[in-house]
Design a protein. Sequence first.
Length: 170
Amino acid sequence: MEKRVLVLNLDHSPVAVVPVQKAIVLCLLEKANVLSTYELLKIRTVDRSFEYPAVIRLTHYKNIPFRGVLLNRNNLFKRDNGECQYCGSKRHLTIDHIIPKSKGGKTNWTNLITACNRCNVNKGDKTPEQAGLILKSEPFKPSLSYFLAEYAERQAEEWLPFLSSRIMNS
Ligand SMILES: [Zn+2]
């Protein structure tokens, strides 16, 4: 499986995650340097093999405005560990407005949670209290660093030394 590459700014703050082809192009153009590689992987062409970058750093500081994590189905399921936040089921997942839209509930990170179809239907147009449901965890707005750390733990341990506690808490 193809691994992703973490891109750091000149000051070592994470700015992006890119496919390996893009990372190699950035390095060939001397726009970035390799800081860490995936040891067990190599990139092979017809007559050569290259180190497989895991973390690269831009050679020039890039002023990149903060981008929040996109609010969409996938990211919401990821934040909630793919579990219904009422009963813990991992099946037939959908998205629930904690405070229903009809009662003025907003479509944002703190009013949306992952719910299974059954809990969603049982809850209907009620608030969790009215429906007798208790949330397993408080919904929060995730940061880019939160997702990076999460990905690193599952797929890219090589990133961990570059995700400092300062960054992970932001
Ligand atoms: Zn449920």
